[in-house]
Design a protein around this ligand. Structure first.
Ligand code: ZN
Ligand code: ZN
Length: 340
């Protein structure tokens, strides 16, 4: 089935963290974490509209500079989200460089930096190349009861803070339900496709009353046609609903009950969960010292959130060539649930 979002790990070998979310047919993309992104195609990076940074450890944030350098003079606007204090850290990144010519670039760059604070409130500031990336603070915003950071017509991005001996954002990416048109039925009704289909989809998605009239207008060789039909008639005959997926991106956290509860609320029944599986259970003490999960713990979390499918990643370099052991441990911990 065709999905709205196309996802893949930044590093196909799953060692470095990061997720690419491509919005199909829209020439725009989202990035989750800005770590080692240098291997991504420039044409992909230049489609990025939003980057979401879990936390500012280097392996998740050093790639900010790569995107900035690549995008200068080419990428007109992007928004970057992070956890508590993140706006200041974006400012520090930008202030570390000398900007004395960027204000003359033909294509300026506007960076919108936003942070999710401990109390759920949001801070924001803009950094414009035309003003040599000087910080311009925006209004602080209150918490959102549904944890939404980005509400797009096609999807939304939500986040909760988890603990990694520092705050880290865990993300849910939720595709919105899509309405599919049955072309053969349109013809059977003596109608033809046209811009009215968007109006109908919007009406159906908004829960419009059955008697709401839709202006069915189209153009063909015989000229312009117009019919007015009620939503009820068109809803029943023309469309069916494709539910959206809930997708998780979870990395760099401790295996604590408090963290698991946050994830249960953020990611219940996730269709697809990307989750760090840094160490083997045999190295559990080491995982504890480093504030990371073992593969077994990752599988346990996947089970607790009732994830349908899991993509483990952020493997420690100590397991190079043994990644299959990490994957097997995640699968076994998830599979245990079937027997419980
Ligand atoms: Zn990390
Ligand atoms: Zn970390």
């Amino acid at each position: 089935m065709r999905t709205t979002l196309d996802l893949h790990l930044v590093d196909p070998s799953a060692n470095e963290p990061g997720l690419v979310v491509d919005v199909r047919d829209e020439r725009r993309a989202l990035l989750f974490d800005l770590g080692d992104i240098a291997a991504l195609a420039p044409r992909l990076l230049l489609r990025v509209t939003h980057a979401f940074v879990t936390h500012t450890h280097m392996d998740h944030f050093a790639g900010f500079d790569h995107l900035l350098a690549l995008g200068l003079g080419r990428l007109p606007q992007w928004t970057v989200w992070g956890g508590p204090g993140f706006v200041d850290q974006v400012e520090h990144k930008l202030r570390a460089y000398t900007w004395n010519v960027v204000h003359r670039y033909a294509v300026p760059m506007l960076i919108e930096a936003r942070s999710l604070e401990f109390d759920g409130s949001r801070r924001q500031a803009r950094f414009d190349s035309r003003a040599l990336f000087a910080r311009e603070d925006g209004l602080a915003l209150p918490a959102d009861p549904q944890d939404v950071l980005l509400d797009d017509p096609l999807f939304r991005v939500r986040a909760r803070i988890v603990d990694h001996e520092m705050p880290v954002l865990a993300f849910a990416i939720e595709e919105k339900a899509q309405l599919r048109v049955r072309a053969e039925r349109i013809a059977e009704m003596g109608l033809a496709t046209g811009a009215w289909l968007s109006e109908l989809k919007a009406a159906v998605l908004a829960g419009a009353p059955d008697d709401m009239p839709i202006d069915v207008v189209w153009q063909d060789r015989e000229g312009a046609h117009r019919q007015v039909r009620p939503v009820a008639e068109l809803r029943a005959l023309v469309l069916d609903t494709v539910p959206g997926r809930r997708i998780g991106y979870v990395t760099d956290l401790r295996f604590t009950e408090a963290n698991i509860e946050q994830l249960e609320e953020l990611l219940a029944d996730a269709d697809l969960l990307h989750i760090e599986s840094v160490f083997l259970e045999a190295d559990k003490d080491h995982a504890l010292r480093k504030n990371h999960l073992t593969a077994r713990q990752a599988g346990e979390i996947a089970r607790r959130v009732r994830a349908k499918k899991v993509v483990p990643f952020h493997f420690s370099p100590r397991y190079r060539g043994r990644e299959h052991e990490l994957r097997a441990e995640v699968a076994a911990a998830m599979g245990d649930s079937a027997q419980r």
